[in-house]
Design a protein around this ligand. Sequence first.
Ligand SMILES: [Zn+2]
Length: 216
Amino acid sequence: MRPLSEHQKSWKTNNRNPKGSFDPLDGVIVHHTGPYTTDAGMVSYCVTSSSALPGPLCHGVIGRDGKVYLVGYGRANHAGDGDNDVLNADIAESYATNPPATKKGEGDPGAADGNSHFYGFECINSGSGKEPWPEKQLDAITRACTALCRAHGWTAKSVIGHLEWNDQKSDPKGFTMASIRARVAERLKHQANWTPTPPPPAPSTPSLEARVATLE
Ligand SMILES: [Zn+2]
């Protein structure tokens, strides 16, 4: 029997559990990946990564087309250190629109170990802040985060961005986490298979001919 290639590694057992805990779980962190040549290449990188930054680098990668690729389950190398005040606000789920501004990053004294508290989704985007986020991808981010909130009994306030966790990070860029939390909060009011009805088309402006006809 041939050994499994890295690409075939099962997400269910792909983790860094020997390096630390994955407990207690308190929320989800959303990231952008930064540039990469192909989606498949990015997924593969997040599965195994490199010796300098060992994988898994997240629990799932979310493509621009809305596909969610499961990468790992257990401790993953995605969140790094962050602010205990943010963690406590996330646990209490009591903040208004945004958690308190993070004041901690990697290696800061008193920082909390995010990899033991958070799931992580790496969402494929260059991270320039200018690349638009397709609706399909934003919807998939919302659905993936909502599924975890449902499974754990969390509200949307347990979903934060990497930039809200670690003061050295700027991801995700191009949408606000408040907008994702609003979408997750709305989804949580419905069954898991809910698909929003598109808004009715705006009434079109009557043509000049129609307006003239009315005047007549
Ligand atoms: Zn990140």
